[in-house]
Design a protein. Structure first.
Length: 495
C-alpha cells in the first residue's frame, strides 16, 4: 500500500543575539530552515553542530525537507556538511524521491551528483522514477533515465512508471517512457493488468485499465493542519461552513436499516462538490491557474464516475426487481391464485425491495459498447465497492470512498503547493481533516448503534446480525394482520 503523508510546516524557535548584535543562535528550527531554503539559518545550525540527520517528530530528516521544499542550494549546503544523501523518512522516501515528487530537477541533479541512489524505494516499493512518472515530471524522468534509472522497475503492486503515468493521464511522460524501453503491462487470462475484467465473464474490453488510487493511503496530522489553517484569516470559518453541509451525507452513512446507496452516492458527491467550490474560489483569489484547472479536471472526472456508479446501481435495482417478479410468477403458478403471496392484485411485487411496479426489466447488466472508452481503475474500484455495499455493513464502502477522496484532494494540493497557492493548499489540508473527522464520527455512531442493537438482541432473543424485531427478508414477526402457524390472526393492541 502506498502511503502519502501530508506535511505541514510550522514555525521555529525564539530568536537570540550575541552582545555585538550579530545573530549567532538560529531563530528557526532546522527542519523549518531546510523547508524554507533559509541558507543563513542552515549555516547557523551547521556552525552550532546541530545533528543534520536527526528526523523531526514526523520522522522526516532535514535534507528531505530541503529536497522537497527548500531548493537546490539548501540541499547542496547540507550535503557538503555531511548530511546523509540516502537517508529515509518515515515513509521510506529518500531526498531523491522527495525531490522527484515535487518535480525539482535542479535538486535531483544535485543529489545524483552527490551519490543519491536512484534505485532506492520507499515503503510502497516506489522509486524516484515511479513518483516522477506518476505526477508527470517529465524533466525529472529524463534526468533519472540519463543517470541509469530503470523504466520498468516494479513497486509493491507490480506497477511500473509507465502504468502510473497512464493512470494519471500524463501523455508526454507515457510517450517518453515508451520510446525509452518501457513495457506495456501484460494481459493475463483476458484480464487487465490489475486482475479486473473489462466485460462480464472475462471478455477483453477496450483500452488498458488503470490502477485504482484507492490503494493510496493519505496520513493526516491534525495538530499541524490546524496550525496551518490558523495562519490564514477566515479560512477556519470557511472550512467549518462547508463541513456543516456534510450533515446530510453523514446521516446517509449512519443509516443502516434500509438500502440507501442511490441517495447516498448523490449526497456524497454533492458534499465533495461543495468542497471543490470552496477550493476553486480560493485558487481564483490567488490567481493560481494550474490549481483552478486541477480542481475543474477533478470535478469533471468525478461527475463522469458518479454517473457510471449511479447507472450500475440502477441496473442492480432492475435485476433485483426482475428476480422478484420471476419469483412471484412462480408462486402464482403453484397456487393458481392471482394476487397471492408474491404479487398484489394491483401488479406490484410485494417482495420487491423497492416496492415499485413489476415492469419487465433486464436480468443482466448491460454489456459495454465495443467502442466505449475504457473505464479507469478508480471508477472500476468504486463501482465494485458501491455495488458490493450492504445496508447493514457499510464500513468497507466508506473506507474505499474515503481513501479515494483524500487521495484525489492530495493530488490537487500538490499542484497548489507547486504553484505557491498557500491559502488554497492550507484549505485542502483543512478539508481533508474535516473529512477524516466526519468519518470518525460515523464510525462512532455505528459503534453506539451496534451496542444498542446487541442489548436489544439479548432482551428479545433475535438471531445475531439481525436488527431487533425483524425476521427473514426484513419482515416483522407478529405484525398486525399476520397469521401465525396455528392459524390465529394476530392483532396488536395499544395501551
Amino acid at each position: 500500500m502506498m502511503t502519502v503523508t501530508i506535511l505541514v510546516v510550522i514555525g521555529g524557535a525564539a530568536s537570540a543575539s550575541d552582545q555585538a548584535g550579530k545573530t549567532t543562535i538560529p531563530t528557526k528550527a532546522l527542519r523549518v530552515a531546510a523547508s524554507d531554503g533559509d541558507i543563513e539559518q542552515i549555516k547557523l545550525h551547521i556552525a552550532r553542530g546541530t545533528d543534520l540527520n536527526k528526523p523531526d517528530e514526523r520522522g522526516t530528516p532535514p535534507i528531505c525537507q530541503a529536497a522537497e521544499f527548500g531548493g537546490a542550494e539548501a540541499v547542496q549546503l547540507l550535503v557538503k556538511a555531511n548530511a546523509k544523501v540516502n537517508v529515509k523518512d518515515a515513509n521510506g522516501r529518500t531526498p531523491l524521491i522527495s525531490a522527484a515528487l515535487q518535480g525539482r530537477k535542479d535538486v535531483v541533479e544535485v543529489l545524483l551528483a552527490a551519490g543519491a541512489d536512484f534505485k532506492a524505494k520507499d515503503t510502497a516499493q516506489m522509486t524516484a522514477m515511479h513518483v516522477a512518472a506518476q505526477f508527470g515530471r517529465l524533466d525529472v524522468v529524463e534526468t533519472l533515465l540519463k543517470a541509469g534509472a530503470d523504466v520498468n522497475a516494479e513497486d509493491a503492486m507490480k506497477q511500473t512508471p509507465l502504468t502510473l503515468a497512464q493512470r494519471g493521464q500524463k501523455a508526454d511522460v507515457v510517450e517518453f517512457l515508451k520510446q525509452n524501453g518501457a513495457k506495456e503491462p501484460a494481459l493475463v487470462d483476458g484480464r487487465g493488468p490489475y486482475g479486473e475484467y473489462a466485460y462480464e465473464q472475462g471478455g477483453q474490453g477496450p483500452g488498458t485499465p488503470t490502477a485504482p488510487t484507492t490503494n493510496v493511503e493519505v496520513q493526516i496530522d491534525p495538530n499541524a493542519i490546524r496550525e496551518q489553517v490558523k495562519g490564514f484569516e477566515g479560512l477556519a470559518a470557511a472550512i467549518k461552513g462547508v463541513d456543516a453541509k456534510g450533515e446530510v451525507e453523514v446521516k446517509g452513512w449512519i443509516q443502516r436499516r434500509t438500502d440507501n446507496r442511490t441517495t447516498l452516492v448523490r449526497a456524497a458527491e454533492k458534499q465533495f462538490g461543495e468542497e471543490l467550490t470552496l477550493l476553486k474560489g480560493l485558487a481564483t483569489e490567488e490567481k493560481a491557474a494550474k490549481t483552478i484547472k486541477a480542481v475543474d479536471d477533478l470535478s469533471a472526472k468525478r461527475k463522469k464516475r458518479n454517473t457510471l456508479i449511479a447507472n450500475a446501481l440502477l441496473e442492480e435495482r432492475r435485476a433485483a426487481m426482475q428476480e422478484s417478479v420471476d419469483q412471484s410468477g412462480m408462486t402464482r403458478g403453484r397456487t393458481g391464485m392471482r394476487g397471492s403471496r408474491g404479487k398484489t392484485s394491483g401488479g406490484t411485487s410485494a417482495t420487491s425491495p423497492y416496492g415499485v411496479s413489476s415492469t419487465k426489466m433486464p436480468t443482466k447488466a448491460r454489456r459495454p459498447e465495443p467502442n466505449a472508452p475504457p473505464i479507469d481503475g478508480d471508477t472500476q474500484a468504486q463501482m465494485q465497492a458501491w455495488a458490493g455495499g450492504r445496508a447493514e455493513d457499510k464500513s468497507s464502502l466508506l473506507d474505499a470512498v474515503h481513501k479515494l477522496d483524500l487521495a484525489e484532494l492530495e493530488e490537487v494540493m500538490l499542484v497548489a503547493t507547486e504553484e505557491q497557492a498557500k491559502n488554497t493548499a492550507a484549505a485542502i489540508s483543512g478539508v481533508m481533516l474535516a473529512r477524516q473527522e466526519r468519518v470518525e464520527r460515523i464510525a462512532k455512531e455505528w459503534k453506539i448503534d451496534d451496542e444498542r442493537m446487541q442489548k436489544l438482541q439479548e432482551r428479545t432473543g433475535n438471531q445475531p446480525g439481525m436488527y431487533p424485531g425483524t425476521g427473514p427478508r426484513g419482515t416483522t414477526p407478529g405484525t398486525p394482520g399476520q397469521t401465525d402457524q396455528t392459524g390465529t390472526r394476530r392483532t396488536r393492541r395499544y395501551r
